[in-house]
Design a protein around this ligand. Sequence first.
Ligand SMILES: [Zn+2]
Length: 100
Amino acid sequence: VCEALFRCGIHPARQACTLTGEEAAALAEAIPQILEQAIASGGSSLRDYVQADGTKGGFQDLHLVYGREGAPCPNCGAEHPVQRITQSGRSTFFCPTCQK
Ligand SMILES: [Zn+2]
């Protein structure tokens, strides 16, 4: 979710009904691409997830914002913009400069 919203420049606190048609279309395109990349790289080993053969996934290494609080933004180049907020008990990471 974080990766799709970041790629589309959409703030995670936006309500779905406020998305423009263009933003919704961009998300609809980004989500399956990100899922395909995640599956192709073996999933995300964040805590205890491993693949069926016991090896770790590699998608966590490709995350642009997820789990990267305080990291540089690969889009705007700011040094420590990535923030973490909690939504319904789950952590969400985003760049407040790039995601409106
Ligand atoms: Zn940014």
